[in-house]
Design a protein around this ligand. Structure first.
Ligand code: 5GP
Ligand code: MG
Length: 172
């Protein structure tokens, strides 16, 4: 039986999101901010985050699939859905579930920059540094986790566990 070891509680996630939302609201005061959520993993994080912001934002999604049903990033970015809002001249904040190797976020940042965004920054629920292969900066990170394959709160393993309200380390 797979084992689920608690890593981030509801309370921890909520506290971190409140703090990050406050920073984002301060930093983007008076800006035309577009949040670009990375599907599917960031859907719960993004929806909790926006409800703590105190500035107006627009919301879009992008769909990057580099994992299949495995546990590590191939680093070769495939977009299966692109943004719909015209981000030209706008401030964009990419909202991702996990920065692991950083390859996905680095490619996404390049992609959104190429669409003409004025600024592109990154917000991640979890900054997992153990396997980082790029120098891409995670401008807003809610939680730092050393290692392990995580599920829950939007994160899946082979499309399972996304609905769990907390984050767990999955041991197969
Ligand atoms: P990277 O390109 O940074 O290696 O990988 C980023 C993507 O891999 C994230 O968007 C996330 O979907 C997935 N990923 C990385 N680590 C984990 C993990 O521990 N659990 C899950 N479910 N996905 C992960
Ligand atoms: Mg992802």
């Amino acid at each position: 039986m797979p084992e689920l070891i608690p890593v981030l509680s509801k309370k921890t996630i909520e506290e971190q999101i409140v703090g990050i939302a406050r920073r984002i609201s301060d930093d983007y005061q008076g800006c035309e901010l577009v949040l670009v959520g990375v599907l599917k993993g960031a859907f719960i994080f993004l929806s909790d985050l926006v409800r703590h912001l105190t500035i107006p934002v627009k919301i879009d999604f992008i769909r990057a699939a580099s994992y299949g049903s495995g546990m590590s990033s191939s680093g070769d970015l495939r977009l299966s859905a692109d943004t719909e809002i015209d981000v030209k001249g706008k401030d964009v904040l990419i909202v991702e579930d996990i920065a692991d190797t950083g390859l996905t976020l680095e490619s996404l940042k390049k992609h959104i920059t190429s669409l003409g965004a004025k600024t592109v920054k990154i917000c991640a629920l979890i900054d997992k540094q153990e396997r980082r292969q790029t120098s891409v900066s995670i401008d807003y990170a809610c939680c730092k986790v050393e290692k392990g394959f995580l599920v829950g709160y939007g994160l899946d393993y082979a499309e399972n566990y996304r609905e769990l309200p907390e984050v767990y380390h999955l041991k197969l």
